[in-house]
Design a protein around this ligand. Structure first.
Ligand SMILES: Nc1ncnc2c1ncn2[C@@H]1O[C@H](COP(=O)(O)OP(=O)(O)OP(=O)(O)O)[C@@H](O)[C@H]1O
Length: 580
């Protein structure tokens, strides 16, 4: 290796001497002559190719610079070094007239970098030259150059500065330059129960490594995550950890400042690859709450902003749709269509405090592939926070904290806030214990009535299908029936269109009636979402059976049975189609 390099160094010196004293015509002739008798081929990689930037040239700067510094045994070469605004680290490159030997599959690839200034037009030509034995020509073109392009991309991707873009109010487009994302959150510091954290990391890894797989199965290389849970449980922190882990830019989409579906299209078309599209608090977008109003403008719809969900005559019903706003179908099209065809390595993240308020069409697999539930602090998340903030893995006060945390609903943000108050672990933990005790004292024991009205069925489901023991949503009263909040507007529509469908049923108690009304609403919602979600024939049959059971209890649900019959032939055709 040392001999080869000293020969190369002498060649470099000879080359510059020849350049100085031998006229260009003779230089070209000598070069031609030497090539004719050489067993090597020379491949030249100019800075621009066919009138545009040569990506291979750009990749070589990164690839050879990195190869030069990552070979500590090699004698020093002349390298350039610098730090650009878009990179987190120093970057290296070959200096002019310097050479390096890179080994690929054991074959020496001899590279040199040259520049020449054309004084007449004040232009500097720059090019790399590769010398390799003729018999390896095919290896170079078939695999080596691809290897360089891919390696250089990986090097750049992992060291580039992550940017944060936001939507500009009143104007189409993202904030022009984007800010550097300097959020320190990583998966090491994020307090999240261990298994879930590993699941998320594994999912990201398999997504990142899945380019060929996605291509093979004909799916677009994108992934959707729904992050849900109470305020302060780390949804934004998880997004920052994902961005830092993958080195992806964040595009924070504020739907309330986007005026139309076409503006949304424009925004999504102007996102870069390797990016995360974030829509925070998606349940707060008007158009999502009023989907039925948008989809069925002929149908009277309950105003969700009414304090109690009483039923109004059709003429009085106000549909609170803001003019010039993005519609649900616009958002679905953008996610399925635009992101699908115009980008690579895209992640979509929706966050919400209330998963049950989101239209099911947005949540189905393929749009939101993984639903991640961020919960109130558990002892294990507390321990991670204690390690982050106090540098301790154990303490005599941990037992007390553990007991209180199992009794009180406290968010990681609240715990973090307490732990930050004092650097001394004992004082800080005492502070936290006082805080937890005061929270515990605030919580009134719930009366049996409260338990009934809050209703077990109201509890949102966790990722694994279990009910979340802590998050409980309040039922609303619609037409005299207490019903889950997220079904209230559907029930409003049904009652106003079909009247009180349980009035003559065999069930006597209002609680039982409300339960069956919820079932009717759920089936109705599924049918409404049929355009966007897939139902199997088995699901449809099971829904039809349930409706017949309801009919046998004398609920007036003939209209629902009719709708189910209508979609069955359509579904039969659809089910025969392969799933995407
Ligand atoms: N799981 C967590 N791990 C570490 N720190 C956390 C976690 N959750 C919250 N924090 C701390 O609390 C702060 C606020 O949390 P964050 O904004 O991520 O919560 P959120 O769930 O997005 O809240 P919101 O629903 O109100 O937007 C964070 O900056 C962080 O310091």
């Amino acid at each position: 290796m040392g001999t080869t390099l000293s020969v190369l160094a002498s060649v470099a010196v000879l080359r510059s001497t020849v350049k100085e004293f031998v006229p260009p015509e003779i230089r070209t002739y000598l070069l031609e002559l030497s090539r004719r008798f050489s067993s090597e081929i020379v491949l030249v990689v100019p800075e621009s190719h066919e009138g545009s930037t040569n990506h291979l040239h750009k990749a070589l700067a990164t690839y050879l610079g990195s190869a030069a510094v990552s070979d500590p045994g090699a004698p020093p070469r002349r390298l350039t070094v610098g730090k650009s605004e878009t990179m987190k680290v120093l970057t290296f490159g070959l200096d002019r007239n310097s050479e390096i030997v890179d080994r690929f599959d054991g074959i020496p690839m001899k590279w040199a970098y040259f520049t020449e200034t054309n004084t007449a037009i004040h232009f500097e030509l720059k090019w790399y030259e590769l010398r390799v034995h003729r018999k390896h020509g095919e290896l170079v073109t078939a695999r080596y150059f691809t290897h360089i392009l891919e390696t250089a991309k990986k090097i750049r991707d992992r060291s580039r500065v992550v940017k944060f873009f936001t939507t500009r109010s009143g104007r189409d487009g993202w904030s022009t330059k984007g800010m550097n994302l300097e959020h320190p959150m990583t998966f090491e510091t994020l307090a999240m129960d261990g298994d879930l954290k590993h699941e998320v990391i594994e999912d990201l890894d398999s997504f990142m490594g899945g380019r060929d797989y996605y291509k093979k199965i004909g799916k677009v290389w994108k992934r959707g995550y729904l992050l849900y849970g109470p305020p302060g449980t780390g949804k934004s922190s998880l997004i920052a950890a994902i961005a830092n882990y993958l080195n992806f830019d964040i595009y924070n989409l504020n739907l309330s400042v986007v005026n139309s579906d076409s503006s949304l299209e424009y925004l999504l078309l102007h996102m870069s690859n390797r990016s995360i599209l974030v829509v925070e608090d998606i349940d707060c977008s008007l158009m999502l709450q009023n989907r039925q109003a948008v989809d069925h403008q002929q149908r009277p719809v309950q105003d969700q902003n009414l304090p109690t969900a009483q039923i109004l005559p059709t003429a009085q019903i106000q549909v609170p749709i803001r003019p010039n706003q993005v519609t649900l179908s616009g958002l679905l099209n953008a996610i399925d269509g635009l992101l699908s065809c115009c980008g690579d390595e895209r992640i979509v993240v929706f966050t919400t405090n209330y998963k049950d308020r989101i239209d099911p069409a947005l949540l189905r697999a393929g749009r939101m592939d993984m639903h991640i539930h961020l919960t109130y602090c558990t002892f294990s998340t507390f321990k991670q926070l204690a390690l982050n903030y106090l540098d301790i893995g154990d303490h005599k006060l941990f037992g007390q904290v553990q007991r209180l945390i199992s009794e009180v609903e406290v968010s990681p943000a609240e715990v973090a806030g307490e732990l930050m108050k004092d650097r001394d672990p004992s004082s800080s933990l005492e502070c936290l214990i006082r805080f937890l005790e005061s929270k515990k004292a605030e919580v009134k024991p719930s009366s049996p009535e409260d338990v009934i009205s809050d209703g077990e069925n109201c509890k949102p489901e966790q990722n694994d299908g279990r009910k979340d023991e802590k998050a409980v949503c309040k039922p609303l009263e619609v037409g005299g029936y207490r019903i889950k909040e997220e079904l209230s507007s559907t029930l409003g529509s049904i009652l106003s269109e079909h009247g009180d469908i349980v009035a003559n049923c065999t069930l006597q108690s209002p609680e039982c009636r409300a339960l069956f009304l919820e079932l009717v609403c759920e089936i109705f919602q599924k049918l409404q979402a049929l355009k966007e979600t897939r139902l199997t024939l088995a699901e449809l049959n099971s829904m039809a059976k349930s409706v017949r059971d309801l009919e046998s209890l004398k609920l007036e649900v003939g209209w629902l049975l009719g709708s189910l019959d209508e979609v069955t032939p359509v579904l039969n055709g659809r089910e025969a189609m392969p799933m995407p």
